[in-house]
Ligand binder design. Structure first.
Ligand code: ZN
Ligand code: ZN
Length: 255
């Protein structure tokens, strides 16, 4: 089902957005009012790993007059949303008119829906107060059966796995950098579905359109260098071991 010219580059992301607009679809935010007959798309980004790529996607959308929702992961091992650079990136994305939501890992609270709701409210509140951004939508990290099958609703927080966003409309995802039904640009050109939710994970998208393994290697190198800079800037005893760590982590020395 792959198509010539389709890849995971920012250039092709822009082509997907153009296919959305040229074929008469509008991009909606979760929870917004929509006309019954209107062809619509909910663009969703679960920022599990890479906020820098999320920023790039948000700019491409902004330049095309499109709004999407970015889900920030408080339990991410890869970024801290309250650290200066990530916090600035999230506020910047919001300043472009995009929605910010909370990406929630329900493996912390398996199966108890009351606990799930409580923890979501706490995390949304933390994000909201910490970044001074309104949070009114949640997506789930690796959603369990109960999330996928219970049509859970929460007060004042829209759940993207509610049936109206997930079962009653078409759901597509770039998980593992694979489009199970082919690239969305073709799906929009053929107008196969009138309503869709599409999940794009920022980490898979690059200028070059690298394949998944390379995307992750590039991310790891960038993150290692950034951690190295942080250690050098914050811990004086680190300087003496920097070269050794460099060698260990990225296979090169600094001197
Ligand atoms: Zn395509
Ligand atoms: Zn996730």
């Amino acid at each position: 089902m792959s198509h010539n010219g389709c890849n995971f580059s920012y250039g092709h992301y822009q082509e997907i957005l153009r296919a959305i607009l040229q074929n008469g679809y509008s991009c909606c935010l979760f929870g917004s009012e929509v006309e019954d007959s209107e062809p619509i798309v909910y663009l969703r980004h679960d920022v599990d790993i890479d906020l820098i790529s999320a920023k790039r996607l948000s700019e491409i959308e902004f330049n095309n007059g499109i709004k999407a929702t970015y889900f920030i992961f408080l339990a991410s091992p890869f970024y801290n949303p309250f650290e200066r650079e990530p916090a600035e990136a999230i506020k910047y994305i919001a300043s472009l008119g995009h929605e910010i939501g909370v990406h929630y890992d329900n493996s912390i609270t398996p199966s108890d829906t009351t606990k799930i709701a409580e923890t979501i409210y706490k995390q949304a509140d933390t994000l909201q107060k910490g970044l001074d951004i309104n949070i009114k939508v949640v997506s789930f990290h690796r959603p369990s059966k109960i999330i996928l099958e219970s049509n859970l609703t929460f007060q004042n927080i829209e759940n993207v796995y509610q049936e109206k966003y997930f079962k009653q409309i078409k759901y597509l995802s770039d998980s593992r950098q694979v489009w199970q039904e082919g690239c969305p640009c073709q799906i929009f050109k053929k107008k196969l579905y009138s309503r869709l939710q599409i999940l794009f994970h920022p980490v898979w998208w690059t200028d070059e359109g690298f394949r998944a393994q390379i995307c992750l290697e590039k991310f790891l190198t960038r993150s290692s260098l950034s951690l190295d800079r942080s250690l050098q800037g914050n811990v004086s005893v680190y300087k003496s071991t920097a070269a050794r760590i460099h060698k260990l982590v990225i296979g090169e020395t600094n001197d």
